[in-house]
Design a protein around this ligand. Structure first.
Ligand SMILES: Cc1cc2nc3c(=O)[nH]c(=O)nc-3n(C[C@H](O)[C@H](O)[C@H](O)COP(=O)(O)OP(=O)(O)OC[C@H]3O[C@@H](n4cnc5c(N)ncnc54)[C@H](O)[C@@H]3O)c2cc1C
Length: 375
């Protein structure tokens, strides 16, 4: 049976950043990802600069691959009220297709092994893990990082609480070509959801919206939903109508859950969306995924180097640091999303922000962290 120091389940941003970090520290790392790279994902693809120092320290510079520098923010309501602001920290626009692929290449270069397979079970026994895959591989490791995203077969396998409840949210994404400023991220509200608009490395515009099933199900299909609901917002109508789709059809996901999860389960250190998901309205999920990878990796290194002496101490410390880093922004994100979901309230909130524009950076800061410290 093959033995590793760390097995990482899931090769999105949390898994890839952990794989790079731990391989650079010379540990034997296996990353298992069910899909082949590169692959498009439903995501707004605006990434906060919070994680730029860490990504640079890992050897990844998004601007080498054409990422767009984003410093401006625009918000519109379903009844066509608009505000604009400067983003306090800013960010960059890069497709998940390109970013995950480039990080995957970096992980390989740094010595991580990457296996394309579906993990079907993780068993903890005698202070070690046995990881089983769909193709009947049985692998062993001292540590397992769970980086399998917002919803996975493993959540069902581990009977996690959130998976037992249905969630009403669904996401739709498409890349289009057309005119849109490189340096702006726009959030356009519509009744029952909002759509993010920003550019990525190859000049495509990413249109990504989240809505609830109740709003969606009254319409025949995606096209009808967009025509009937999204296009009431004139900015959204203009961006959809004046652009050319780059995908044959939009990507969709359903059952997006924002329920509380736990950062450690079955002794597995959970990273990224597997540990908890912030509302996409805040544009901070990717930064949180990358940041949690750094938190976990630093502690795992200390454990494997015996500076942390027990597994219990490792798990307690990770939970503590995860909560202190993310729990406030998760709460703020859920509250802001809840307020903006109220169709009657959103325009009033926007008027308030127009009168008191200094509040905008304060609200954004509540859902974002400071630039990451790198050792
Ligand atoms: C509609 C929408 C818009 C968003 N917009 C933004 C935005 O603009 N900015 C932002 O910062 N965040 C945004 N987010 C959030 C962001 O997409 C996530 O927070 C981020 O992708 C989390 O990364 P991750 O590595 O935790 O998970 P993922 O990127 O989902 O990676 C998980 C990986 O695990 C793999 N996997 C799952 N199960 C298994 C298994 N059993 N075996 C092997 N592999 C497995 C999957 O194939 C996947 O590749 C948005 C989310 C949604 C839904």
């Amino acid at each position: 049976m093959q033995q590793f120091d760390v097995i990482i389940v899931g090769g999105g941003l949390a898994g890839l950043a952990s794989a790079i970090h731990l391989s650079q520290a010379k540990f034997k790392v296996l990353l298992i990802e069910k899909n082949a790279y590169p692959k498009h994902k439903v995501c707004g693809e605006y990434i906060s600069n919070e994680v730029l120092p860490y990504l640079n320290a890992l050897g990844f510079n998004p601007y080498d691959f054409g990422a767009k520098r984003i410093s401006k923010f625009e918000l519109t309501t379903h009844n066509n009220k608009k505000i604009e602001a400067k983003l306090p920290l800013g960010g960059f626009g890069m497709s998940r297709y390109e970013m995950d692929y480039q990080l995957y290449q970096l992980a390989l270069k740094d010595g991580a092994l990457v296996l394309q397979d579906l993990v079907v079970d993780v068993i903890f026994n005698a202070n070690a893990f046995i990881v089983e895959t769909k193709s009947n591989q049985i692998l062993r490791s001292k540590i397992v990082i769970g980086a399998f995203g917002k919803r996975s077969n493993l959540d069902v396998q581990f009977q996690r609480d959130f998976i037992k409840k249905k969630s009403p949210y669904l996401g739709v994404k498409i890349h289009v070509s057309g005119k849109f400023p490189n340096d702006k991220v726009a959030l356009h509200n519509f009744k029952g959801g909002y759509c993010g608009v920003s550019k990525v490395e190859n000049n495509h515009i990413n249109l990504c919206y989240i809505t609830n099933f109740e709003a969606f199900k009254k319409h025949k299909d995606i096209k009808a939903f967009q025509e009937d609901v999204l296009f009431k917002n004139s900015e959204l109508k203009a961006v959809f109508k004046n652009s050319k789709p780059e995908f044959e059809k939009p990507l969709t996901i359903s059952q997006i859950s924002f329920k509380t999860k736990s950062p450690v389960e079955n002794h597995i250190l959970m990273c990224g969306d597997t540990a908890g998901m912030i509302h996409p309205l805040c544009g901070n999920g990717m930064a949180m995924a990358i940041r949690s990878a750094q938190l976990a990796s630093d502690l795992i290194i200390a454990y494997l180097q015996k500076k942390i002496t027990t597994r219990l101490e490792l798990e307690k410390e990770y939970s503590k640091r995860w909560q202190s880093t993310f729990s406030l922004r998760l709460k703020a994100g859920h509250t802001i999303a809840h307020l903006f979901r109220q169709d009657w309230l959103a325009p009033k909130l926007l008027m308030l922000l127009r009168w008191f524009p200094f509040l905008i950076p304060q609200i954004i800061k509540m859902t974002h962290g400071k630039p990451m410290q790198v050792k």
